[in-house]
Design a binder for this molecule. Structure first.
Ligand code: HEC
Ligand code: HEC
Length: 233
């Protein structure tokens, strides 16, 4: 009887949830996020991770390569960063005693000149991010191996993440051949990285990444625990 009640309750809660989702104004964005939330699976989790990673809030900083130049992009249309900012203006971080410090090859103008620890308070001002979980991990762009082009496919992104030659230059992040390290490093990265967290708190007039930071972190764990399957193709 109790079981039946539970089953009934969960069925009606599910239908309620679906009804609410259907009524919500953003329902036009029928997307990987809602699919994943409606029936979580490792494969579905990756589709949601892909949706987030290719969202402008994440992809703008990972940047694109145009005419051989790696540059960040801005806005929802991902236009080139104003003022001709490129990877030449990037700062380089090195890990020292568990903290990140800037290497001393700084350009006259670098990301940090404008992007500080907090979002600008007026529209059009540079965004910023920081937290105590990863001190010193200031605003900068990743190396070109982590570029997120407009047309990157789910399979490409998935394989890049699982390739230790591409998925970091700061720390050993593991990969398909070392899933224990991969799990530890990727879970830590998505959970604690201030730049990842920023994508759900992007400041005035910017649409946050889909879902929530917590949903994203949980999806990462579900995907990895399910064997980190990559889509075909
Ligand atoms: C402000 C810039 C910035 C933003 C915004 C940003 N990242 Fe990154 N991301 C970086 C940098 C820099 C690294 C490199 C860290 C390293 O090498 O250890 C990185 C590394 C990563 C990695 C490790 C492996 C790889 O191949 O990319 C993942 C995964 C990742 N980011 C995902 C995301 C996701 C998802 C978001 C949005 C929720 C996001 N990033 C937003 C700058 C950013
Ligand atoms: C001279 C100041 C300046 C420098 C240097 C600078 N930025 Fe920016 N950046 C800005 C401003 C201002 C904006 C806001 C533009 C807007 O919202 O229209 C911005 C926006 C961005 C965004 C867009 C966020 C979004 O999703 O729309 C990213 C990503 C970014 N910058 C990355 C970088 C990186 C990486 C560097 C260093 C390689 C850098 N910026 C250097 C001023 C600067």
């Amino acid at each position: 009887m109790v079981t039946t009640m539970k089953a009934l309750t969960s069925v009606s809660l599910n239908s309620l949830f679906l009804a609410v989702v259907a009524l919500a104004p953003q329902h036009a964005r029928a997307d990987a996020y809602s699919d994943y939330m409606a029936s979580p699976s490792a494969a579905g989790a990756f589709q949601y991770l892909y949706q987030v990673a290719t969202h402008p809030r994440c992809a703008n900083c990972h940047g694109v390569v145009e005419d051989g130049i790696h540059r960040p992009t801005v806005g929802d249309q991902r236009i080139p960063h104003p003022m001709n900012i490129t990877s030449l203006n990037n700062i380089r971080l090195i890990a020292q005693d568990g903290k990140f410090v800037m290497a001393d090859n700084l350009q006259p103008v670098n990301c940090r000149s404008c992007h500080r620890d907090e979002n600008g308070t007026e529209a059009g001002m540079p965004p910023g991010a920081a937290n105590d979980l990863m001190p010193g991990f200031v605003w900068h762009m990743p190396p070109v191996t982590m570029v997120i082009e407009q047309d990157i496919t789910p399979a490409e992104l998935c394989n890049n993440w699982l390739d230790p030659a591409k998925n970091s230059f700061l720390a050993m992040r593991g990969g398909r051949s070392d899933m224990a390290t991969f799990k530890k490093e990727f879970e830590h990265h998505v959970q604690d990285d201030p730049l990842v967290r920023w994508s759900w708190d992007p400041g005035l007039n910017r649409i946050p990444a889909p879902g929530s930071h917590q949903d994203f972190a949980q999806a990462m764990t579900l995907w990895i625990d399910g064997g980190a399957p990559c889509p075909a193709g």
